[in-house]
Write a protein of this length. Sequence first.
Length: 593
Amino acid sequence: MDHGAHPVPAGTAWRVRAPLADAVWLCLFDAQGAETRHAMVRAGDDWTLTLAGNHAGTRYGYRADGEWAPERGLWFDPAKLLVDPHAVELDQRFVYDPALSALGIDTAALVPKAIVPGDLPTVPPAPPLFAPGGLVYELNVRAFTMLHPEVPQHLRGTVAALAHPAVLAHLAKLGVNAVELTPIVAWIDERHLPPLGLRNAWGYNPVAFMALDPGLCPGGIAELRDTVATLRAAGIGTILDLVFNHTGESDVAGPIVSLRGLDNAAYGHAADGSLINDTGCGNTLDFAKPHVRQLTIDTLRHFVAHAGVDGFRFDLAPVMARGPGFAADAPIFAEIAADPLLADRVLIAEPWDIGPGGYQLGQFPANWLEWNDRFRDDVRRFWRGDGTLGQLATRLAGSADVFGPCDSSPCRSVNFLAAHDGFTLADCVAFAHKHNEANGENNRDGHDENYSWNNGAEGPSDDPAVLARRQAAQRALLGTLFASTGTIMLTAGDEFGRSQQGNNNAYSQDNLLSWIDWQARDRDLEDFVARLSAARTGDLARFPENGQWLALDGAAMDAARWDDPATPGVQWRAPDQARPGFRVSRNDGVALD
């Protein structure tokens, strides 16, 4: 029997993993919140129970008893109501409370309850719409829709808003091939945020991997399924950004809301018993353990089978291949490839974490795409004035120094200029330094080096010369992105100059700072991006080996010209008319032939 809650011929069955527990109870809650406990039966490392009757729609949780010895990784406290790690729906959002960490304090009133599912409809398998070389549009559902003037108020901030005709029209104008949704599964705030009056706006702090956040997706899996279908009908795929590297239970002072109270061994531990923190978030899931990998596979299968998504982006993906060092042949890769539902899905790695040997760009399997931060940094440096043409050309041609030649096989690079974390594109050319004071950490958070420049004034300016330089810089950066070989990613709002006022780590800004102001958008820049996208034709996943790199005067490029900072630009001539060539000049920007 699968883990979680499921209808069976005899009624409804539950199964949960808690190998070191002495006792586990299934806790059912009625409409008034009254709790009924049922002792579960051990079955190896799992605990099971079957109750007669159809319990679809019933709210439930678990309690587990056993030894309390945090120094040895044992956190059993029967006062803690625990969310099923395989829950597929919750009745409310997580809200952080200090009592969630305190021994002996009952948390039934504080913790969301899982909801027993009925028979979940499945989506007939269909190949992903998205293919390498396309345009991925990264968006945060809430930030993208909260201020959209054409989206009805009741839909704003929800997944359903993405199916609105005005949103579809905007995506079509830009030529988007797939939307990449930053996390939409249930998460909890980091404990330092509520005292500051802040909340997590990004969702990279999950608790329940399969359960959609009730605030973002109040209609549950059906809402996501319908939205994915509407996007697909418009020719747009859906990619989910998922976080399997850690959970929101954080460090030893974090909340006990799910895995920690059931199976704390799912987290990696050092020899002294302390939690490994290769994520910077307090804990790290241990993918050397088969049951951690199975939870991951179950989650991926759930969103393909019941929502029909094209694929997934994996946050801090090296964690999935650690044991403790990174292994390119890690079991999880083979298990995904062998799964009939997952083998053809789009798989995108964020190829770094903060653990030892955590930077693994170019090291993922051949069927995976990878975020390429070297593209971002080298392109920014070139247009800032301290990068070389040689570096730029390498990035434009698919980063063969990282991924190998991509003349015969698709390039695995995901080229981007900005993402959800870091400066927006407009801020990249308006701020030389980060300005994260609103985050309440005295500007200590966020990266210090952004390869940004302010074009003559730090932050907002009404100087026409400064504004003109910023406009030109944005166009040069965008032109470079759209001329490049590989998959390209545009972050929502960068097509029309969205600013976060220099905040390069707006994870805690669920407010006007991060919400896209559709009324203030630069429509000329938006139209420029649409034209760039329309000009991006042919097989952009491959870089023909018989194209020509030439100087602006038509002469052949040699090593001296490539490395000379005074070389004003370069042009590339395509071998045929199937795709455009381009010219790059520091004085004139980027032109597509």
